[in-house]
Ligand binder design. Sequence first.
Ligand SMILES: Nc1nc2c(ncn2[C@@H]2O[C@H](COP(=O)(O)OP(=O)(O)OP(=O)(O)O)[C@@H](O)[C@H]2O)c(=O)[nH]1
Ligand SMILES: [Zn+2]
Length: 235
Amino acid sequence: MTIASSNGSNYSQSPLISDLAEAITPRPDRNTHNGKQADLFSPKEEQMEQMMEAVRTLILGVGEDPEREGLLKTPKRAAEAMRFLTSGYNQSLEELVNGAIFDEGHNEMVLVRDINFFSLCEHHMLPFMGRAHVAYIPNQKVVGLSKLARIVEMYSRRLQVQERLTRQIAEAIQTILEPQGVAVVMEATHMCMVMRGVQKPGSWTVTSAMVGVFQEEHKTREELFNLIRHQATFI
Ligand SMILES: Nc1nc2c(ncn2[C@@H]2O[C@H](COP(=O)(O)OP(=O)(O)OP(=O)(O)O)[C@@H](O)[C@H]2O)c(=O)[nH]1
Ligand SMILES: [Zn+2]
């Protein structure tokens, strides 16, 4: 059995080479200069301009003045922040794993507990955050431990619902390792339930996704939940 604990999110992200840019229809007025097609903006720059414009509209919408000194750079800052918070769209599982799969002949449970994550709920685009616990029972092959945290990071940095996020992490591990089983448990607090709406600070949502032996065997699930509950005293 292997247990690792992680505080997650301090590694750098992949460069932002945007797939999203392609999904946004180019604005002909921006691409035409003196009747000719001019490459004045790369898709990424154009997308950034559009996001900044949207933030200016929001600032106006709340009754503020986007020309006020303190708000002048806010559209740029907010657009860059949003890009970072959704940077998981620009990563792929293959790139992220980077071949770090090892044939160790290890067949006991591996658990990385307490992986911090931050995501955005797709309904309100407000943060939800908490801890992910990721376990699998190998079928000979193991993956580099940090890659489990990176998978959590990649799917978290998107517009999400917690249930889908939990399932996508489990499916990704199933895809890369074909293990005997995968379990993902996520505990999160949603700002859309805390700062607005029903306003319930202190509420935690727990979701799980169980695959293979974790789904089939009660004993294996029980072992997992004991390990998640167990407080580490050795660090
Ligand atoms: N299942 C699920 N629901 C979520 C998640 N994040 C936010 N929600 C919920 O999405 C629902 C959206 O409900 P709506 O009635 O369309 O929106 P709303 O009027 O803003 O809802 P309230 O939050 O109740 O004020 C709310 O119940 C949120 O709590 C999530 O990760 N999973
Ligand atoms: Zn929400």
